[in-house]
Ligand binder design. Sequence first.
Ligand code: ADP
Ligand code: ADP
Ligand code: MG
Length: 501
Amino acid sequence: MQRLLIANRGEIAVRVIRACRELGISPVAVYSDADRDAPHVRLADAAVCLGPGPASESYLRSELVLEAARSLGADAVHPGYGFLSENAAFADACAAAKITFVGPPGNVIRALGDKIGAKNTMQAAGVPCVPGYNGDGQADDLLQAEAQKIGTPLLIKASAGGGGRGMRRVDTLTDFLPQLAEARREAKAAFGDDRVLLEKYVLKPRHIEFQIFGDTHGNVVHLFERECSIQRRHQKILEESPSPALTPTLRAQMAAAAVLAGKAAGYVGAGTVEFLVSGDSFYFLEVNTRLQVEHPVTESITGTDLVAWQIAVARGEPLPLTQEQIQSRGHCIEARIYAEDPATGFLPSLGTLRRWREPSGPGIRVDSGYTEGMEIPPFYDPMLAKVIAYGPDRAAALARLDLALSEFVALGVTTNIEYLRTILADTAFIAGELHTGFLPERFTGWKPNAEIPEEVLIALGALSPLAPAYPLAPAGLGNTNGNTNGNAWLASDGWRNAKSS
Ligand code: ADP
Ligand code: ADP
Ligand code: MG
């Protein structure tokens, strides 16, 4: 592998470029009109424009990506996450063009992307699954009879679904048929496939996933878990490892099930086996056949470079470590920084990054794809950066994350930084009492403590490169609510700018 094309944008493109540099591989990029000035374009050795901003006209056009790989002389493609990363036809097209796809083979992606087929494979292998119906029969009366057996609440899921889409909860059986019709319509429109499966709805579950890795020599290992229960709209915003919920016994059982799932699927490359956990029971959900957004959490606790592992596997090398050599040490937590407004139902916030300063310090890693002055394009996921905090234990990692977030300057757009800091200060969160409904249950109606008036901050000169992120509270002020880190704008003691609500 001499030259690798990164078929993605933002922080993950930058992340893969860095791995290429370390390995002596020439990284090349693609971009859309909206990303001309993006860091991933400048950091690459060469780059090709795919087309206009919308992903369907640029990053999702597999034939243009392959054409770019050919014209740039790339012998490999890394798809990142999202976009073409779980597109089996794209993986096949790369193979046909003699370009190494850094990911599992097309047939593995295809088999695991179909929830009915994947669940059947896992059940046959003895991996515990959510009780339900995942047969091929799709007649109304058959599904209704199965729904009756499962009981309510239950979940209708699109077999081809993904990204939290194509799911419908049913609370009373009289609603089943109308909901089924809706689910089929949605699934047909979104995925071109209206087959569904039925699952018992697990109440207040945790979402705990295991990182797995396979190679072309038949080895499959796990690299421990990530607890991802803190989700808004079924999308994770805080991820950590170890999970505060797992006993050594449960961890060992789930790890064994994850490796079993990988072996049953003939898994090659980086994958994530997702489980729901309720008490001492755990249930297989699905395998994500790609590098995950939250992979740095695993890298921190295991001291590995998972992109380098992906490249090693794609080159046909055996996994760098055996299961026995993979150890988990300390605690790591990642926060996703989004340009969105948690006070208005997480609506994306567009605009120009007028001030942008990333935190640093012991145990802090920031992966981002933006720089000061950049405009946030409306076409993509509004994630700006990830702040990853490592410490010897959970309390230390949480404290470091909060300190780093307090130092993060992102002005010009509304971000979720203050929202994340409120979660970190929440007593149930600190106690590790998490479930997938945690945010809607505890944080619906959340409002920021004080609006940060940008013009004032800039006029105060508070944002010169070496100044603290926000004016420090005058002596005796601040920190009265225990979690302001001297940030006067967040203190609840009356120190307010005139513009506060
Ligand atoms: P993870 O489990 O890695 O956190 P997410 O569900 O958050 O995965 O999705 C990873 C990324 O992929 C996000 O940026 C999301 O917006 C993007 N994504 C999810 N589904 C799709 C899709 N069908 N097409 C393109 N991008 C997608
Ligand atoms: P996707 O492919 O869209 O990611 P998943 O099957 O992984 O679909 O489910 C996404 C999320 O939906 C899970 O993280 C969990 O929060 C919720 N979920 C899925 N299945 C169930 C279930 N049977 N009971 C309760 N919640 C579920
Ligand atoms: Mg999932």
